[in-house]
Design a protein around this ligand. Structure first.
Ligand code: HEM
Length: 511
């Protein structure tokens, strides 16, 4: 018999065996792709869930019950559990309530967990403003170093802009005049912030300021739209069905001439060119590398800084204004402090450092009226293991419940009472230390986050807010529509803002 001829494997397959192999391959692929998902579900299952875990009830609970009562639900859960999970659009969000866990979050190295990746996932910025914002953090470094270092030199600019903006928005009348609190505060803050971001004349351009004020809302609306579509369609939805690309284009029209002028001077004279304005725009034109140098990328950076700075600062200021107007008995002590300190140090950054009562007013304001019930938010970039061994799957967002430390009666006696000078009194006892300053962060005070990614803009924000309040109380009398009744805070799911419909009455100071 002739020896059996060896034929290639695939030629020996019949149609039915090819089909079976195909099915096996598909099953293998499904299993392969499901394994990480199953692993994730298994790790999450060991953490107490707030609300139902089956997909249909999860959706209903998240959009109705949880959204309407998020703060109460989170605070109650945080008193019961050291760690738990709450439902969000992007999946389960891990919340921790004990110091040990907060420490783990704040210490996490950048290859384990970052704030910016969590923001990226929550805001879907890569579709709205492009992918590089979250990949390159050079602007955060500029805020940390260049902006912080330059604050004393920038003080005269911040003060000048404060006087111009306040005079423009709050008429100095003999009789009480009622103004929408958040509405005027956001306009003033946008102008002062942009004095530092882009300088004069753009910081006084009403259309440019309104564009930046509205941009936050437009990004939020865009994000909500994107969340309804799968990843694959999101670039198209972002481009054609949100207003963000149009707004970026408009911002570019405003900024382009200034960017081009700065680039030309940089080319002709180097970084230290004559009459250089110390603004954020000049610094980013100096520092941006590669594709980040394009006018559109520089524009996106200015938009995102406005996004991070305007509404956070405006909310804090409006809360403080409401709190103070509700307790006018504290105003004389604040005025006296401002006058004494300014007599000694003039209007300067040094004077602001010595306004301890004013500093305390803002710190207490944020202790009781933060921007929401969560802080120190991070995304796990690898499997994240807390120090007690609890494992959190890669890609999960984690935060600390800020109400637990902020209402801890061992740290803050009578914690629910608003005591504007609470921190000033502690500092008086302890000497002029820094650990209870407005800008100080620790496990008991999370309003600016904590750790490596604690807000780098807080030093600028503290200067801006204190200067603005010092000027307003020195110039005006203030009161609420209803004596002593602060307009209630407004909650949207996990976020809090001062009442946007509340008013403040102003008149020329009489005493
Ligand atoms: C009262 C005003 C402000 C509040 C309450 C606030 C609050 C916060 C919070 C809670 C975080 C997250 C920190 C963490 O999770 O550890 C943060 C991050 C950040 N903030 Fe602020 N912020 C304010 C003003 C500003 C301003 C004026 C700027 C810019 C000039 C700014 C720029 C940033 C940036 C770039 C980050 C991200 C830091 C990082 O990823 O490392 N913020 N802010």
């Amino acid at each position: 018999m002739p020896p059996a001829q060896s034929i290639p494997f695939w030629q020996s397959l019949t149609v039915s065996s090819t089909k079976s192999l195909g099915i096996v391959a598909i099953i293998a692929l499904v299993v392969l792709y499901s394994l990480p998902w199953l692993h994730k579900q298994r790790l999450l299952a060991s953490i107490p869930a707030i609300g139902p875990t089956n997909p249909i009830s999860f959706y209903r609970f998240r959009t109705s019950t949880f959204h309407a009562n998020a703060r109460a639900i989170v605070e109650e859960a945080a008193r019961k559990h050291r760690i738990f999970r709450v439902p969000q659009v992007y999946g389960w969000h891990i919340v921790v309530s004990e110091k040990q866990y907060i420490d783990d979050l704040r210490k996490a190295p950048d290859d384990y967990a970052t704030f910016s990746d969590a923001m990226e996932e929550m805001m879907l910025v890569r579709y709205l403003l492009g992918p590089t914002l979250n990949k390159n953090h050079y602007t955060t470094e500029i805020i940390k170093h260049q902006l912080a270092r330059n604050l004393p030199n920038l003080f005269p600019d911040i003060r000048e802009e404060t006087l111009v903006a306040v005079e423009n928005k709050i008429p100095l009348t003999e009789d009480w005049i009622k103004l929408p609190a958040y509405g005027i505060v956001v306009q003033i803050i946008a102008q002062i912030t942009n004095r530092i971001l882009v300088g004069v004349p753009l910081c006084r351009n009403k259309d440019f300021l309104n564009l930046n004020i509205g941009f936050t809302m437009e990004v939020n609306t865009g994000k909500r739209k994107l969340q309804q579509y799968p990843d694959l369609l999101r670039p198209l939805v972002a481009k054609y069905f949100t207003s963000v690309p149009q707004r970026i284009e408009q911002a570019l029209q405003f900024l382009r001439p200034f960017i081009e002028e700065k680039e030309q001077k940089l080319k002709d004279y180097g970084k230290d060119y004559p009459d250089k304005a110390e603004t954020f725009l000049s610094w980013i034109v100096d520092e941006a590398q590669g594709e980040e140098r394009s006018p559109i990328k520089l524009t996106n950076r200015i938009l995102m800084l406005n996004f991070g700075a305007i509404h956070t600062s405006s909310s804090t200021f409006t809360h403080a204004l409401y709190e103070l107007a509700a307790r006018p008995q504290y105003i004389p002590a604040l005025r006296e402090e401002v006058e004494t300190v300014v007599k000694r140090y003039g209007w300067s950054k040094m004077a602001l450092i010595h306004m301890n009562k004013l500093d305390s007013l803002f710190k207490e304001t944020q202790r009781l009226n933060g921007h929401g019930c969560l802080s120190v938010t991070r995304m796990a970039l690898k499997e994240f293991i807390f120090s007690d061994g609890t494992r959190i799957p890669k890609g999960t967002i984690m935060s600390a419940a800020s109400a637990i430390p902020h209402l801890n009666d061992e740290v803050y006696p009578d914690p629910k009472t608003f005591d504007p000078f609470r921190f000033a009194k502690i500092r008086e006892k302890e000497g002029q230390g820094t650990s209870n300053q407005f800008v100080a962060t620790n496990n008991d005070y999370l309003a600016f986050g904590h750790g490596k990614h604690a807000c780098p803009g807080r030093f600028f924000a503290a200067n801006e807010l204190k200067l603005m309040m010092a000027h307003i109380i020195s110039t005006y009398d203030i009161k609420l529509e209803q004596d002593g009744v602060k307009p209630p805070n407004q909650w949207f799911g996990l976020s809090c803002m001062p009442n946007p419909r509340g008013s403040i009455l102003f008149r020329r100071r009489r005493d």
